[in-house]
Design a protein. Structure first.
Length: 145
């Protein structure tokens, strides 16, 4: 299959924009102390109340030990708490604390404002086109929700 330079440029730009958004989200007035994976973990726990580590790993598409490491950091920060299963000591769930809820809301607000500033440079028609493109590219994932 011949190399399509347009596709190669699109892929490179997607990675570049992703890095730019992550850099903006970790510095300046829109920065927050949580990583994207930590925020996604807190969102998943908020939506599902008591989460098994296996389910968290599946949701994040990472190995269970990596999910445990993320959870450990959040437990240390008192953003989530561990819940041991009385019937099976191998099972550990996590749930969100009040501090975790506040931190998630604050982090989401900052990240969304940072994204908004990034997107504001687009014209109205460019925003509509971007929305249409993103919807089309994510149709398969949206169907899974």
């Amino acid at each position: 299959m011949p190399k399509d330079e347009t596709i190669e440029k699109i892929i490179a730009l997607i990675f570049l924009v992703g890095r730019s958004i992550r850099r903006q989200a970790s510095t300046g007035i829109y920065s927050c102390p949580l990583s994207i994976l930590q925020i996604e973990t807190l969102r998943f726990v908020r939506e599902n109340k008591r989460v098994l580590m296996k389910d968290l790993a599946d949701y994040l598409h990472i190995a269970p030990p990596s999910a445990t490491s993320i959870a450990d950091d959040l437990v240390e920060g008192k953003l989530v708490r561990r819940l041991d299963d009385r019937r099976d000591r191998r099972i550990t769930k996590i749930s969100m604390t009040a501090k975790g809820k506040r931190m998630l809301e604050n982090s989401l607000r900052k990240k969304i404002e940072g994204f908004r500033k990034k997107i504001e440079i687009l014209s109205s028609s460019e925003k509509k086109s971007l929305l249409k493109i993103l919807k089309k590219l994510s149709e398969e994932e949206i169907g899974k929700l």
